[in-house]
Write a protein that binds this ligand. Structure first.
Ligand SMILES: Cc1cc2nc3c(=O)[nH]c(=O)nc-3n(C[C@H](O)[C@H](O)[C@H](O)COP(=O)(O)OP(=O)(O)OC[C@H]3O[C@@H](n4cnc5c(N)ncnc54)[C@H](O)[C@@H]3O)c2cc1C
Length: 288
């Protein structure tokens, strides 16, 4: 199928882009890499009178590494992030799991996070690392913590006239480990269930802080808060990964059932992914 007709706008600056969004309101949609939006338009699952292309704006591209944070322009392609492994290790490790390289060459960080697919890798990484989202509109700028950003199935705290401009990730110093694990039917497919783990330990291998993210297991990415709550101060050797996995998925209330399997199956897969990611992240932190 072909998309319904739309007017295409290619602003030269971000200021021009947000002015167009303010002018056209909910008849306009941002397009970045087009890797999620174009299929939806082509299948006529969505239709907009105006597309505002932010994909070429230099202001939205680039990776700035500071002492305590890494700020990444929302328009930075996934392929660029994949090549910048040192900047945010968990993000770089998640990237090869997104589709295929042709998709990552065009798909952007901001597009994936703004699209907010509950089975996508980047939203779960942003949540796990407590990233900060900077939104810009004609009215100004505001910052939205990842914990408040994902509001439902494919929906976010962004207003129709706001562009996600930057995503800022805290740098985790010291002895750290990061891992992402997912199960998909074929390489390049969205995950049936997946997990992210970030961990920091002290010199005695006691857990200073950790984040556990889940994807494919609800209507939004989730933090496994019950499992995390119990971990600070414990020796990593005392945590049983399989038990942790079961605890992490135990509180989930909206696990999807679909043609890939019932909710109970996804939960079991999710628990196994948490256990696997935990083992890998701990091994890295112990050796680090
Ligand atoms: C075959 C295939 C397999 C895929 N597999 C995976 C996968 O395994 N994992 C995965 O995570 N993704 C997967 N994707 C999706 C892909 O990663 C997309 O790149 C990503 O979801 C959207 O990024 P984009 O830049 O292409 O955004 P677009 O498609 O241009 O936009 C997506 C949505 O985000 C909005 N948007 C985009 N940028 C911004 C911004 N800066 N501010 C506000 N709103 C914005 C758009 O308005 C639109 O609603 C797959 C896609 C395909 C076609």
């Amino acid at each position: 199928m072909k998309p319904a007709a739309f007017a295409y706008h290619a602003p030269a600056t971000l200021a021009e882009g947000v002015a167009l969004l303010a002018e056209f309101g909910d008849t306009a949609k941002i397009i970045a890499g087009g890797q999620s939006l174009i299929p939806m338009l082509a299948l006529r699952l969505a239709a907009f009178e105006h597309l505002v292309d932010i994909g070429r704006l230099p202001e939205l591209r680039g990776i700035e590494k500071g002492e305590a944070t890494v700020r990444i322009g929302a328009g930075t392609t996934q392929a660029t992030i994949e090549r910048s492994a040192a900047a945010v290790p968990l993000l770089a490790r998640a990237t090869p799991l997104i589709g295929h390289f042709q998709i990552r060459n065009r798909g952007t960080l901001g597009g994936s996070i703004a699209h907010a697919d509950a089975a996508a890798e980047y939203p779960a990484v942003a949540l796990t690392l407590d990233a900060d989202m900077e939104a810009i509109s004609a009215a100004g700028r505001r910052n939205i913590p990842a914990a408040d950003f994902f509001t439902g199935m494919w929906s976010t705290a962004l207003a129709d006239d706001e562009v996600l401009a930057n995503v800022t990730f805290p740098v985790w110093p010291g002895r750290t480990g990061f891992a992402i694990e997912e199960f998909a039917r074929r390489h390049g497919d969205f995950a049936i269930a997946g997990a992210t783990v970030a961990i920091e330990v002290d010199a005695g291998n006691r857990i200073r802080r950790c984040g556990i993210g889940l994807f494919g297991l609800g209507s939004t990415p989730e933090r496994a808060v019950t499992a995390e709550g119990d971990l600070t101060g414990r020796d990593i050797a005392d945590v049983v990964p399989d038990d942790l996995g079961r605890t992490a998925v135990s509180g989930l209330r909206s696990v999807p059932s679909d043609l890939h399997g019932p909710a109970e199956y996804r939960k079991r897969v999710g628990a196994a992914m948490v256990a696997r990611a935990w083992r890998r992240a701990c091994a890295e932190a112990r050796d680090g």
